[in-house]
Ligand binder design. Structure first.
Ligand SMILES: Nc1ncnc2c1ncn2[C@@H]1O[C@H](COP(=O)(O)OP(=O)(O)OP(=O)(O)O)[C@@H](O)[C@H]1O
Ligand SMILES: Nc1nc2c(c(=O)[nH]1)N=C(CO)CN2
Length: 239
């Protein structure tokens, strides 16, 4: 999704959540400059997604048991969602790592546990592609964690939710989880399967509930676009 298409959703989010566009823009400018200086011009090395099955992990409590069930199903039936690319949203990377390394991580580095960001940094060091997101309320996390990303084997792709300045991307989406889906769709995923997405989770704060409500609507938008184009619908994994 290009920025002109994303802009009306973004404006609505700013109003509904009371976020500041100026703070989003300052954070985006900081991340783009940091990224250019430390990683060089941002390259979109995401062709690995095109035409592939893409399995996306959100961080709902059921993620671990759904992954267990997924791997047992695919062991018994090699044709079931075969050879997927694994994308993890922030804290979901720590859960997925118990099974295998994520191929791609989408994060604003403000996962619930300190070890979430640390695990993401270690996946990057071992070759995962990471999309690090700037918004008005994670500048402190960017300042804390960016120096720990050492230029190495993984690809570092900076993203933002406002109009992107140079050397930073906006593929659309709000929470880490729905941004994984915008990404997979933008880069031509053949089939998209979601694990660890629970929009009715009662164990989360009211703020998180509101964010999940927004994520749900955005995922429905992407799904409708896929249907209109004749692409496969986004699927929720069923045990
Ligand atoms: N029940 C759920 N609880 C938490 N995350 C969920 C749930 N269902 C889906 N998700 C998706 O998993 C993603 C990763 O969640 P996690 O709590 O690790 O990260 P976060 O950085 O706190 O999330 P956010 O994007 O809201 O900042 C969320 O962005 C959300 O889209
Ligand atoms: N300004 C701002 N933007 C966001 C925020 C947030 O807390 N503040 N949280 C997000 C995903 O959780 C995505 N975008």
């Amino acid at each position: 999704m290009n920025f002109e298409e994303w802009a009306p959703y973004y404006e609505k989010i700013l109003t509904e959540f009371g976020f500041s566009k100026e703070r989003d823009e300052m954070s985006a400018t900081y991340l783009s400059a940091y990224s250019l200086q430390n990683f060089g011009p941002a390259l979109l090395n995401l062709d690995q997604i095109r035409g592939r099955n893409v399995l996306i992990c959100g961080n709902a409590p059921a993620l671990e048991s759904e992954l267990l069930s997924f791997f047992s199903k695919s062991e018994n039936n090699p044709d079931f969602f075969s050879s997927p690319i694994f994308i993890a949203a922030d804290g979901a990377a720590s859960v997925l790592m118990q099974f295998r390394q994520p191929d791609i991580i989408v994060t604003d580095l403000d996962g619930k546990r300190e070890r979430d960001a640390e695990n993401e940094i270690s996946c990057f060091a071992s070759g995962a592609t990471i999309l690090v997101h700037a918004h008005g309320d994670n500048r402190d996390k960017l300042e804390k964690y960016l120096p720990q990303f050492k230029k190495g084997t993984g690809f570092f792709i900076p993203t933002c939710q406002c109009r992107p300045p140079r050397n930073i991307y906006n593929f659309g989406g709000f929470t880490d989880g729905d941004r994984c889906i915008f990404l997979a769709d933008a880069f031509g995923a053949r089939n998209i399967l979601l694990l660890g997405f629970d929009f009715n989770d009662q164990q989360v704060t009211d703020f998180k509930k509101k964010k999940l409500g927004c994520a749900k609507k955005l995922i429905q938008k992407v799904n409708q676009k896929r249907i209109n184009r004749g692409d496969s619908e986004i699927l929720f994994f069923k045990k």
